[in-house]
Design a protein around this ligand. Structure first.
Ligand code: SF4
Length: 446
């Protein structure tokens, strides 16, 4: 069940239907003001909405006073075991306090922090961790570890409510993906406070990203979770933010910047698509518009599955095609595909609509038709998918379902004829044989 309540962390709304907030945590010594601020700026530049800093000592409080002033995004102070530091962090101007009510010395001390936070209008994140459940839940933990986590979280919620403090979000953290999913599902049925999602000690960039995508993605797809932090074993916290955004973008929960989709390639590929994809990905990093760009390794299937993309390219040995919203724009030599694609993207973004040179579009359509005709008999993965889609449509229509559009795009607009600028060749990404082997494939790399 999605949360009903909402908190305000330094101007960022969390819960109650607000967009899922992205957060990360600095990995520097907080007292090292310069190093911490450098990392916070990188985290903010990557798109984080809020940032958390560890506050284990008094000298971190001293730095926190300046960090909350200098940070471009709200700052959460992460406190463990020491309620005095929580009080000082509130006084220092932290926008939110994270603490575990079970480890700061008893309800009296929790009350002291809650009273101070309430007076200052500072929300809290209260949380339980699978590694530090209260003693009285240890037996339950052995029988039902998910229920033990949920029970601990609900007990903390009841404690805060008994202290007349309701300005908080809740987190249940576990290293187990299934337990994270099950416990947050169960908790969301029992409380209506915003939920912070994360997988504890998820691992390296590769395994941690996958675990997080599976665990958090499953919950978010169910509408559970109001803010996410991806925990990766890397100093570069901005990587956590990038992964968080990819999860949110994949679920269409938030949009940020371009999206690149690319076919996996197969034995039909006749050009160096690995380099092309790497080039496009690198060049798209400079764009903030949410354009979707598709790269197809061959035109054997037509534009097919990529017809919804704002832009796309598909190539053959010597020539390729640039298309937009499923309609050809023009064919270009394969070695100029990337540069000319970006000419089209820039032109469209500047004009606010797709501009089509009808003569060149017709040449592109002829080229595409020729490739499709030459390969008409091939049963490619995309053609199989198209056949399955057609069958599903027929079945839906036979069952009396309303007319189904199959999720297709709307087609390119425009129609204005225009002289195309010739793109200056940009610097190429260099992929070596280790990163992208050409041996056994149908192209060579120069
Ligand atoms: S058949 Fe599909 S997977 Fe293979 S190169 Fe063409 S578009 Fe890519």
């Amino acid at each position: 069940m999605p949360s009903k309540r909402q908190i305000n962390v330094g101007g960022v709304l969390i819960g109650g239907g607000a967009p899922v907030a992205v957060q990360s945590m600095t990995k520097t010594e907080t007292a090292d003001l310069q190093a911490t601020m450098n990392q916070i700026r990188r985290i903010a530049d990557a798109g984080a909405d809020v940032v958390r800093v560890a506050v284990p000592r008094d000298k971190d409080i001293d730095a926190l006073k300046q960090i909350v002033v200098d940070s471009p995004i709200p700052v959460i102070a992460d406190i463990h075991f020491n309620h005095t530091l929580a009080l000082k962090a509130i006084d220092a101007g932290a926008h939110c306090i994270r603490l575990n009510p079970g480890n700061i010395g008893g309800p009296e001390k929790v009350k002291e922090v809650a009273d101070r936070a309430k007076a200052a209008g500072v929300p809290m994140r209260i949380g339980v961790n699978s590694g530090s459940l209260p003693k009285h839940l240890h037996e339950l933990e052995r029988e039902d570890s998910v229920e033990a986590l949920v029970r601990a979280a609900v007990e903390f919620v009841e404690l805060m409510e008994s202290l007349d403090f309701e300005d908080f979000k809740v987190s249940i953290k576990s290293t187990s993906v299934p337990n994270t999913i099950a416990s947050n599902r169960r908790l969301s049925q029992r409380i209506d406070y915003p939920l912070h999602l994360g997988i504890t000690e998820a691992g390296t960039r590769w395994t941690g990203s996958l675990k997080s995508a599976v665990g958090l993605g499953t919950l978010l797809a169910d509408g559970i979770g109001d803010t996410i932090r991806i925990s990766l074993s890397t100093f570069h916290a901005e990587e956590e933010v990038k992964v968080a955004w990819e999860i949110l973008k994949a679920l269409k929960l938030r949009q940020k910047g371009p999206e690149l989709i690319a076919c996996p390639t197969c034995g039909r590929l006749q050009f160096d698509m690995d380099t092309v994809v790497a080039d496009i990905e690198r060049r798209l990093e400079r764009y903030e518009d949410p354009v979707e760009v598709a790269v197809l390794g061959c035109a054997v299937n037509g534009i097919g599955e990529a017809s919804h993309a704002d832009f796309g390219i598909t190539g053959a040995k010597d020539e390729g095609l640039i298309f937009a919203h499923g309609k050809p724009l023009r064919k270009v030599p394969t070695d100029r595909l990337v540069d000319e694609l970006f000419v089209e993207i820039d032109k469209t973004l500047e004009a606010g609509r797709t501009l089509v040179d009808e003569r060149k579009a017709a040449e592109g359509a002829d080229w595409l038709q020729r490739i499709e005709d030459e390969n008409a008999g091939e049963l490619t993965p995309e053609r199989l998918a198209a056949m399955e889609k057609a069958q599903a449509r027929a079945e839906a229509e036979a069952a009396g379902a309303p007319e189904w559009d199959g999720g297709e795009g709307n087609g390119a607009g425009g129609g204005q004829v225009l002289e195309l600028p010739v793109a200056a060749p940009a610097e190429r990404t260099r992929l070596n044989e280790d990163a992208s082997p050409t041996v056994g494939r149908r192209f060579k790399r120069g």
